[in-house]
Design a protein around this ligand. Structure first.
Ligand code: FMN
Length: 177
């Protein structure tokens, strides 16, 4: 039986690791659709995900060839992951904003659909009270689950919490019952 993973990619340095997650998921037998924020496309080209998934990548809420893509993708998914989840997109989810295809689709998700959030950001951003509050807000309001960022040497050169969880660990969480 095919399993349908909708992967949201937002704009952070760890976007390249979402390519590895996509590759692992495809090899494990998932059908994968990818939504990228416009800022994510500045880090990794949509063509990479299209090549890995064999499907076009979704970036535009108003794409003429895919009217209501947010509704169709939300209904299509068996499970959703956002990896990496940027501080900005995290804040938008917490506030119920829907100003791009990724956040609009997340708002349109059927209530029973599981969604795994994998934040990744600089340590100072991660520990900022407003970011921690946004995490609490989402946890209180939504049934979304989290995979915590790891502590390591980050791309910015700092050592601390904020690295994207290992793609294999993210996939393992998606596959857990
Ligand atoms: C080189 C570079 C790396 C960045 N890495 C991150 C990151 O890891 N996490 C994060 O939350 N924001 C990061 N940002 C900032 C986001 O790209 C920025 O907040 C953007 O508005 C996020 O857009 P999005 O949430 O719509 O994808 C980075 C910016 C630059 C220029």
């Amino acid at each position: 039986m095919s399993r349908k993973l909708l992967l949201g990619v937002s704009g952070g340095i760890a976007a390249y690791k979402a390519c590895e997650l996509t590759s692992l998921a495809i090899k494990a037998g998932w059908d994968v659709e990818v939504i990228m924020t416009d800022n994510a496309t500045r880090f990794v080209g949509p063509l990479t995900f299209a090549g890995l998934t064999g499907r076009p990548v979704h970036t535009d809420t108003f794409a003429p060839e895919a009217a209501m893509a947010h509704i169709h993708l939300a209904k299509w998914a068996d499970i959703v992951a956002v990896a990496p989840l940027s501080a900005n997109t995290l804040g938008k989810i917490a506030c119920g904003l829907a100003d791009d295809l990724l956040t609009t689709t997340l708002l349109a998700l059927p209530r029973g659909t599981r969604c795994l959030l994998a934040p990744a950001m600089n340590t100072e951003m991660w520990f900022k009270p407003v970011v921690q509050r946004n995490i609490r807000w989402i946890t209180e309001m939504e049934r979304f689950t989290w995979i915590a960022p790891t502590e390591k040497r980050l791309a910015c050169g700092d050592h601390g919490v904020g690295g994207l969880a290992d793609p294999a660990d993210i996939l393992a969480m998606l596959e857990a019952p």
